[in-house]
Design a protein around this ligand. Structure first.
Ligand code: NAD
Length: 362
């Protein structure tokens, strides 16, 4: 039987984007070797790099290449060189257009605080060590897109709206990931005040009852969810919520590991998913070999998981844990007295670890 083959479009972007994606690709290549699948990659400019090369943050051929790929791996976009441009011409506009073109309605952000990193967290070790949660945020509906919206000289207004279908499809994403994890979903809303949230709660409960009765479902009001994320983050497995609440809660949860550089994300919807670290292009670090590549490497693990290569994804995650436990880390994760290593050394360590995992059976 022929080994499975995947075509990945890589969009390094700007600032530290190229440095961190280079390490993520190194680890993906190691995983392909060790776990017996084929992978081809195609690199394109996006964001500021694409503005400089082709005058557009998402040139049509790049979008086309993404739509034809099996998955897209992105670094980060933006930087001071393009800050003077109009909003629609700026690097971030390219990213928004890409998410839209891919029909990405679900944003997945895992947050883990391994023992080795607990000291870096702003919370106490005994509260945060061992946190392992996944925030599933609805990305294309809710108050950010609802009509009517507008303002006149006296008032301004926005509309929060969700259809049953929109809620049901994001609930399915959350339950499906919970099944692969510890089987628990916390749905977050404001059903004591908002009709939209009452519909949200009703539909999530229905999807649970009819399609995933073996899993556990709890409902939280958003204010309580925010408090519990800080008081007791280990209570959460999968958290599912709408666009506005998800925006806030995912940034709140991102503070738990102590460095933005650690956090991966995936935006999924139709056939092709977009995988990218949560951090931006960090112009202050670009070109110095100091950027933490773990967010990009863990995004690559999510990419493989989504393509069905779960064992390879697990091996990458174990490689990350081993690197942290052995002190192979960039400056953002180091304490006084610890010696940081470069972006490349972290990538090489994890690629070597993955390569030694499972021998390929011919
Ligand atoms: P940022 O995430 O780039 O940086 C915030 C801070 O975190 C900086 O001190 C930076 O040095 C540090 N940091 C970020 N990533 C790191 C890593 N991998 N390793 C070590 N330290 C890291 O956010 P910002 O400074 O607000 O934005 C810089 C540029 O990135 C802006 O142009 C912004 O628009 C853009 N941005 C892009 C994305 C994206 O591409 N998805 C997201 C956020 C910001």
């Amino acid at each position: 039987m022929r080994p499975p083959s995947y075509h990945i479009v890589v969009l390094p972007g700007d600032g530290i984007g190229p440095e961190v994606t280079r390490e993520a690709v190194r680890v993906l290549e190691a995983a392909a070797e060790a776990f017996g699948f084929r992978m081809t990659t195609e690199v394109h400019p996006v964001g500021g790099a694409a503005i400089d090369a082709r005058g557009d943050p998402l040139p049509a051929p790049v979008q086309q290449a993404c739509l034809q790929a099996d998955a897209v791996l992105l670094g980060a976009v933006g930087g001071p060189s393009w800050d003077h441009l109009d909003r629609a011409q700026r690097p971030e506009a390219g990213l928004l257009r890409l998410r839209k073109a891919l029909g990405a309605y679900a944003n997945l952000r895992p947050v883990q605080v391994p023992e080795a990193l607990a000291e870096a967290s702003p919370l106490k070790r005994n509260i945060v060590a061992g946190t392992d949660l996944l925030i599933v945020r609805e990305l294309t509906g809710g108050i950010y897109f609802g009509e009517p919206r507008g303002q006149d000289h006296r008032r301004a207004w926005n509309t929060m709206r969700y259809t049953r279908e929109e809620v049901a499809r994001i609930a399915r994403v959350a339950f499906t990931w919970a099944k692969r994890r510890r089987g628990r979903v916390a749905s977050v809303d404001k059903a004591n005040v908002l009709e939209v949230s009452q519909l949200w709660r009703e539909v999530v409960a229905q999807v649970h009852r009819e399609e995933f009765p073996e899993l556990e479902l709890e409902h939280y009001y958003v204010d309580n969810a925010a408090m519990q994320l800080m008081r007791d983050p280990r209570r959460f497995d999968v958290v599912v919520t709408g666009n506005l609440f998800g925006d806030i809660l995912s940034d709140l949860a991102a503070t738990l590991p102590g460095s933005l550089g650690m956090l991966p994300s995936a935006s999924i919807g139709r056939r092709v998913g977009l995988f990218e670290p949560v951090h931006g292009s960090a112009p202050d670090l670009a070109g110095q070999g100091k950027a933490n590549p773990l967010g990009a490497i863990l995004s690559a693990a999510m990419l493989l998981e989504t393509l069905g290569q779960e064992a390879a994804a697990q091996a990458i995650r174990r490689g990350v844990e081993t690197a942290l436990a052995e002190g192979v880390k960039t400056a953002d994760l180091c304490w006084a007295g610890e010696r940081p290593v470069s972006t490349e050394v972290v990538g090489q360590f994890i690629a070597n670890y993955v390569r030694q995992q499972t021998p390929v059976t011919p």
